[in-house]
Design a protein around this ligand. Structure first.
Ligand code: ZN
Length: 63
């Protein structure tokens, strides 16, 4: 499963963890992307990677 949303194009963001002693380690914040079946304009269904924000905003119609 890809970490990219096929609706809004959201991808994981990269940054650093900073500990109390100020040591820095790299960190990736993943996207909450779900593989769901989406209804297409023609009426057919297609599996897509959609982030939960797009799901909640009703940007896709579930098949
Ligand atoms: Zn999205």
């Amino acid at each position: 499963m890809s970490q990219k949303c096929e609706i809004c194009g959201k991808v994981p963001s990269v940054g650093r963890n900073v500990s109390h002693s100020h040591r820095k380690t790299s960190k990736v914040w993943g996207t909450n992307v779900q593989k769901i079946r989406v209804r297409q304009p023609g009426g057919a269904a297609k599996k897509m990677d959609v982030c939960t924000k797009c799901l909640k905003a009703d940007k896709v119609v579930k098949a």
